[in-house]
Design a protein around this ligand. Structure first.
Ligand SMILES: Cc1cc2nc3c(=O)[nH]c(=O)nc-3n(C[C@H](O)[C@H](O)[C@H](O)COP(=O)(O)OP(=O)(O)OC[C@H]3O[C@@H](n4cnc5c(N)ncnc54)[C@H](O)[C@@H]3O)c2cc1C
Ligand code: FES
Length: 268
């Protein structure tokens, strides 16, 4: 779908203190890991993965800046535009024992993936991480369809520590054949190292600044790869080639900056 369709919000759910899910009736023929461009006329257009796929679709929005604050003010019955789906999603056909690892709003597409794996009789293990208990989304949904492990940085729920520590422990004990992950790059880089050390296959979904979503503007480029069309999901072989991962990002002006500077707020 190259043009926007206007969709009406059917239901809004508060997933945790900073994430809301917006359900709308529109079948998008998408696979987990693909994303849509969401348009608020007069405000902006921004990328979001689908947190539910089927007759009813959903996006989950973490409150961060102007666009996401406007989204959080919408009510049931309000409308927004959707363009997509875009990009390549997760390839889960070959996995028989999957381990999913999500941080923050990165859990949106992984929850959709977990549901699809469960539907295909491949109940996943899922490491759900956040800084604190009030920032953990999708717990109830995930409990039903996965073997759920929770980690929080401050120990306010589940095990105290980072998702990567739990993953390393699980990979040492059980015969997982692929790690699927989405979250901040500060989580993905050590996770990739763990997968390399353990010799296990992985697929990570990357979030890079996007404008066009169709490979035209070059904004989402990492090491010469356009994340919007070649990703956002990359496998281990390709992730190992992305030397900018966890180090540099592009601002909305296209400038390559240190990831720390980018994470402070992409206002350039
Ligand atoms: C493929 C993909 C999938 C995503 N899926 C989700 C999701 O499911 N849920 C969710 O809450 N967020 C998701 N995001 C991030 C989401 O697009 C940003 O949170 C949103 O654009 C922030 O806009 P803002 O105006 O509220 O904040 P701003 O103040 O403009 O920015 C806050 C931060 O959001 C990120 N951001 C801002 N604009 C963009 C942009 N055009 N493209 C990418 N990142 C941007 C930057 O890291 C920036 O520092 C996804 C991003 C990508 C690339
Ligand atoms: S967002 Fe324009 S090329 Fe990827």
């Amino acid at each position: 779908m190259d043009n926007h369709v206007i969709v009406k919000i059917k239901k809004i759910e508060q997933e945790c203190s900073d994430i809301k899910t917006f359900w709308f009736e529109q079948e998008l023929n998408a696979s987990p890991g693909q994303f849509v461009m969401v348009w608020l006329p007069g405000i902006d257009e921004k990328p979001f993965t689908l947190s539910s796929i089927g007759n009813e679709s959903a996006i989950s929005v973490q409150k961060r800046g102007i666009f996401t604050e406007k989204m959080h003010k919408l009510k049931e019955g309000d409308e927004f535009g959707v363009r997509g789906p875009f990009g390549h999603g997760f390839h889960f056909g070959k996995t028989t024992k999957p381990l999913l690892v999500g941080g923050g709003c990165g859990n949106a597409n992984l929850t959709a993936l977990a549901e699809m794996l469960a539907e295909h009789g491949k109940k996943p293990a899922y490491v759900l991480g956040a800084r604190t208990a009030d920032l953990l989304p999708y717990e109830k949904r995930l409990e039903k369809i996965s073997d759920l492990y929770i980690t929080t940085d401050d120990g306010s729920k589940g095990e105290k520590g980072f998702t990567t520590q739990k993953v390393e422990e699980l990979l040492g004990k059980e015969g997982f054949d692929c790690v699927f992950a989405c979250g901040p790059e500060v989580m993905l880089v050590p996770l990739l190292e763990v997968c390399k050390k353990k010799g296990i296959e992985c697929q990570f979904s990357l979030e890079r600044f996007m404008k066009c979503a169709v490979g035209l503007c070059g904004e989402c480029c990492i090491n010469g790869k356009l994340v919007c069309v070649e990703g956002p999901v990359f496998d281990k072989k390709h992730l190992e080639q992305l030397t900018e991962l966890g180090k540099f990002a592009r601002t909305k002006s296209g400038k390559l900056v240190d990831l720390g500077e980018y994470s402070k707020g992409n206002k350039c």
